[in-house]
Design a protein around this ligand. Structure first.
Ligand code: GLC
Length: 755
C-alpha cells in the first residue's frame, strides 16, 4: 500500500478503531473465542472490541494464525490485519543455546545464523514480530534474566545485537524479508541494572553509565534496522522507563531518530499506576502516550481510557494518529495488506520446524558456546579417551529440559538428552556407558516440567534441604557404586531451567545442595571427575572446581544439547566459548565485571595486607574466571603485539584513527583448535572516570597445530569516542593504552598518543 493510501485508511477510521490499533491482547482471547463477558471495568476486551484489536502475542502455528487472521479481516470494519508477535528469543521450536551462551560464542556469524533459523520457524508459523534480541547489559548474576542477555560488555552486546537483528529480519532495507520476522529489541532501557538482582526494580545509575554502558547495544541494533523497541519495566533514576519522557522522546525519538513502533512491556503501562507515578490507569495511559508508547501490551489502559483522553483534549488526535500510523506502517512493511497470510501454509511450517539444518546448527552452537573452565592434569580428562570406562551421573543425565526459561514454545520431547546422545554414540562406537541419576534436580523432585509455577517456588524453599545420608539414599548409593566402577565420571549437574529467567532472581549462586552432596560423594569414590554444568547464569563454582578435574560450562544448551555435549566430551568438537559474563569468586563479590572504573586506591597484585585499599579482607577482587576466559583442547600464544603508530591525530573532537594493531597468534598445542583473540583499550580519563579496560575488537579463529597467523585490528573513530553529557560523540586527547590477549586479564600494554 502506498503512503497516501495508508493515510486515507487512517483518516477513514473512527476514534475507537484508531485506539484499538494500539491495543495488544494475549492470544488466548482469540483462541478461546471470548464471549462478550467482559464489562468495561474489569479490563477484558468485549467481543466487539476483539474485532478491532491491532495485535496479539503468544500464539503461533500456520493454521491457527491463518484462521484467526481470516476471521479478523472479516470482522474488522476496515479489514486491517492483525499482527502476531511472540518471544522467539533463542528459537521457536528448535531452541538454540540461551543468549548468554550465544554471547560466549564471540561469533556474530553464529548469532546471525541462529536468529535467521529462528526467524524461518517463526515466519513459517505465522508470526510477524519477535520480541528479540534482548540487549540489556548485565552485571549481576542474581538477576534471573542474565540468561537472556549477551553479557556484561557493551561492545560484544552491540556486535551480537546487530547480528541478531540482521538474522531475524534480513539485512536489506526497511522491510523484513519473507521467511523472516520484524525484530523488536528490548528492554529499553537498562533493565539489566536490576537493584540487588531483583526483577522489576530500578536502575540507580546516572546519565554517563546509561550512555556509555547500557545504551550502545540498543542503538547499534536500531542502526541495523530493528523495527520495534520495547520499553522496560524498570525505573531509571526514579522514573519508570515506560513513562520516561527523557528516555523515550529525547533519546530514542529525537536524538536517535527512531520512527518505528514503540511497544510497552507486559502491563508496564498499568504499572505506572502501581508504582505510583500515576494516580490511576487513565493517567498511566496519558503519560505513556505522551512519551510515545504506541502499543499498550496487555494493560488495557489504552483500551479503557485513550478514547476519553482524546475526546477531552488531554491527548491530541494528532498524537493518536502518529501512533496509529506507525502501527499501520509496520503492517504495510510486512505486506500484510496485500498478503495477510504471508504465504504461510501448514505444509511449509512442517518442512521448516525442527529441520535437520536447524538441528545441525543448534548442535554446532552448543560446541561454539560451551566454555571449558578447567581441564587439569598431565593427562587431562577431556576429551575423554575412547578406552576409558565412563559413567554419566547426575540429574541432567536424563533431563530433556535443556532449553532455558525463555524457549517457551519448545517441546522437551524434541530435545536430545545427554543419555540419548551417549547411547547413540555408544551404539555407533560399540561401547558401553553406565548412567545413574544420583540425586534430584532440587530438594523437591516431585515437580514435573509442567508445574512451572510450583517448580520455581520450590527452589526458593531450597535453602535448607533435609540432610540425607548416603546409606539412606538408594539413588546416591547406586551413583557412588557406578563411580567406583569407572575410570571417568561425567557429573551432569546444574540449575533447573526455571531457576533463571523472568522473575527468577536468586539470593544464592551455588548449585542445589543435593547436587553438591552428590558431587562430594562421587569425588570420594573417584577423583577423575568431569563436571558438566547447566546454568542460566554465572554461579559460584568454587566447590565444583575443587572437586572436579575438568569443568565444562554448557549454559542451557537447547534442543541439541545432548548431541553437542557428547561431541565436546568425545573430542569430535572442542569448546569454542569464552565467558560473556564474569564468573564470580562468590556471591559476596557480586556485581563483578571486568570493565569497572579505577579506584583511588587500587589493590596492587602484590599487596599482602589489603587494608586501606579497595579490596576485601577475606576474598580476592578478581572473579573466579574473568570475562573472555575459556580453554580449548589445544593451546595458543599471542606475541609480537604492535601498534601501527605511536601517535594519531584527533580531528574535530570526534574523528580519530584509523589505528592498526597487529599481533601474532600461534597454535602451540597438539591438535587443531580455535581461540578468541581480544583487543582491550584503556582511554585516558578526562572529565570523568573511564573503565580500566574496554573490549574494542575480537577475532575468533581456528589454527592447525604449529600454525601461526598475524591478526590486524583496525580501530576507527568509534573506538576512541564515547558519548558525552550532551549525547554527542567525543574523543579525548591523551594516552590510549592497548593490550591483546586471550581474556580480559591481559596486561601487556602498549601506548599511543592521541593529539
Ligand atoms: C514479559 C517480558 C518481555 C516479553 C513480554 C511478552 O514480561 O518482560 O521480555 O517480551 O512480557 O511476553
Amino acid at each position: 500500500m502506498k503512503e497516501e493510501q495508508l493515510r486515507d485508511l487512517l483518516n477513514s477510521m473512527s476514534l475507537k478503531e484508531k485506539v484499538f490499533q494500539l491495543v495488544q491482547i494475549p492470544g488466548q482471547y482469540f483462541l478461546s473465542g471470548v464471549a462478550d463477558t467482559g464489562t468495561k471495568t474489569d479490563g477484558r476486551p468485549t467481543d466487539e472490541e476483539l474485532a478491532l484489536v491491532g495485535s496479539t502475542l503468544g500464539i503461533f502455528g500456520a493454521k491457527t494464525t491463518a484462521d484467526i487472521q481470516m476471521q479478523h479481516l472479516k470482522r474488522h470494519p476496515h479489514h486491517i490485519p492483525l499482527l502476531f508477535m511472540h518471544d522467539v528469543v533463542h528459537g521457536l521450536r528448535t531452541a538454540f543455546p540461551i543468549p548468554l551462551a550465544l554471547g560466549a560464542s564471540f561469533s556474530p556469524e553464529l548469532v546471525k545464523q541462529c536468529s535467521a533459523a529462528a526467524a524461518a520457524e517463526s515466519a513459517a508459523s505465522g508470526l510477524h514480530v519477535t520480541f528479540a534480541p534482548m540487549l540489556d547489559l548485565v552485571r549481576d548474576p542474581r538477576w534471573g534474566r542474565v540468561m537472556e542477555s549477551f553479557g556484561e560488555d557493551p561492545f560484544l552486546n552491540a556486535k551480537l545485537g546487530k547480528a541478531s537483528v540482521e538474522g531475524f529480519r534480513g539485512c536489506d532495507g526497511k522491510m523484513p524479508e519473507k521467511g523472516r520476522v520484524a525484530s523488536c529489541i528490548k528492554h529499553f532501557a537498562a533493565y539489566g541494572a536490576a537493584e540487588a538482582g531483583r526483577d522489576y526494580t530500578g536502575a540507580d545509575l546516572g546519565g554517563r553509565q546509561l550512555r556509555e554502558f547500557y545504551l550502545p547495544a540498543y542503538r547499534e541494533a536500531l542502526n541495523a534496522g530493528a523495527d520495534m523497541v520495547m520499553s522496560s519495566f524498570n525505573a531509571i533514576d526514579g522514573i519508570p522507563a515506560t513513562g520516561n519522557e527523557e528516555l523515550l522522546r529525547s533519546t530514542l525519538r529525537k536524538d536517535w531518530g527512531f520512527e518505528g513502533v514503540l511497544i510497552s512491556d507486559w502491563n508496564s503501562v498499568g504499572e505506572l499506576a502501581t508504582r505510583g507515578v500515576c494516580s490511576d490507569l487513565r493517567q498511566a495511559a496519558k503519560l505513556a502516550m505522551h512519551c510515545g508508547v504506541d502499543i499498550d501490551m496487555c494493560s488495557f489502559a489504552y483500551a479503557r481510557h485513550l478514547e476519553a483522553l482524546v475526546c477531552e483534549g488531554e491527548i491530541t488526535e494528532a498524537q493518536l494518529d502518529s501512533a496509529v500510523f506507525r502501527v499501520l506502517e509496520l503492517k504495510n512493511r510486512l505486506k500484510l495488506f496485500e498478503d495477510p497470510l504471508r504465504g504461510v501454509t501448514p505444509a511449509g511450517e512442517e518442512r521448516t520446524i525442527l529441520s535437520p539444518v536447524s538441528r545441525a546448527l543448534a548442535r554446532k552452537a552448543v560446541c561454539e558456546c560451551s566454555v571449558l573452565l578447567k581441564n587439569t592434569g598431565k593427562q587431562p580428562l577431556l576429551p575423554i579417551a575412547p578406552e576409558r570406562k565412563t559413567v554419566f551421573i547426575g540429574p541432567y543425565v536424563d533431563s530433556k529440559e535443556l532449553h532455558g526459561a525463555w524457549a517457551v514454545s519448545t517441546d522437551p520431547e524434541d530435545t536430545v538428552s545427554i543419555r540419548q546422545a551417549a547411547e547413540e554414540f555408544a551404539r555407533v562406537q560399540g561401547r558401553q556407558f553406565i548412567f545413574s541419576k544420583g540425586c534430584r534436580m532440587t530438594c523437591r523432585e516431585d515437580l514435573g516440567p509442567k508445574s512451572e509455577e510450583s517448580a520455581v517456588m520450590a527452589f526458593r524453599e531450597d535453602a535448607f534441604p533435609p540432610q540425607i545420608e548416603i546409606s539412606d539414599d538408594p539413588m546416591l548409593k547406586e551413583a557412588v557404586a557406578a563411580a567406583e566402577s569407572a575410570e571417568t565420571v561425567v557429573a551432569c549437574l546444574g540449575e533447573h531451567r526455571l531457576m533463571s529467567g523472568e522473575g527468577a532472581s536468586r539470593g544464592e549462586l551455588t548449585l542445589p545442595e543435593d547436587q553438591l552432596k552428590l558431587l562430594r560423594s562421587l569425588q570420594l569414590a573417584n577423583r577423575n571427575i568431569v563436571s558438566v554444568i547447566f546454568t542460566g547464569r554465572p554461579l559460584d563454582l568454587r566447590e565444583v572446581c575443587a572437586l572436579s578435574r575438568s569443568v565444562l560450562l554448557v549454559w542451557m544448551p537447547g534442543t541439541e544439547g545432548g548431541n553437542g555435549i557428547l561431541d565436546l566430551l568425545t573430542g569430535s568438537a572442542e569448546p569454542g566459548g569464552r565467558l560473556s559474563m564474569s564468573m564470580p569468586y562468590c556471591l559476596g563479590q557480586v556485581p563483578v565485571y571486568y570493565n569497572h572504573f579505577n579506584t583511588g586506591r587500587p589493590k596492587a597484585e602484590n599487596t599482602k595486607i589489603p587494608y586501606y585499599v579497595s579490596a576485601y579482607i577475606d576474598i580476592p577482587n578478581s572473579p573466579l574466571f574473568p570475562f573472555g576466559y575459556g580453554l580449548g583442547y589445544t593451546d595458543f600464544s599471542v606475541s609480537g603485539f604492535e601498534l601501527g603508530a605511536e601517535k594519531a591525530e584527533l580531528r574535530n573532537a570526534a574523528e580519530a584513527g584509523p589505528v592498526t594493531v597487529r599481533a601474532m597468534v600461534k597454535n602451540i598445542g597438539p591438535r587443531c583448535g580455535q581461540t578468541v583473540v581480544q583487543l582491550y583499550m584503556r582511554r585516558p580519563s578526562a572529565e570523568a572516570l573511564t573503565p580500566v579496560k574496554e573490549l574494542k575488537a575480537f577475532q575468533k579463529l581456528a589454527l592447525d597445530p604449529g600454525e601461526e597467523r598475524e591478526l590486524v585490528f583496525t580501530l576507527g573513530s568509534d573506538a576512541f569516542c564515547h558519548v558525552s553529557a550532551d549525547g554527542s560523540l567525543h574523543a579525548d586527547k591523551g594516552t590510549y593504552r592497548f593490550t591483546v590477549g586471550l581474556n580480559s586479564e591481559s596486561e601487556d600494554w602498549k601506548s599511543l598518543e592521541l593529539l
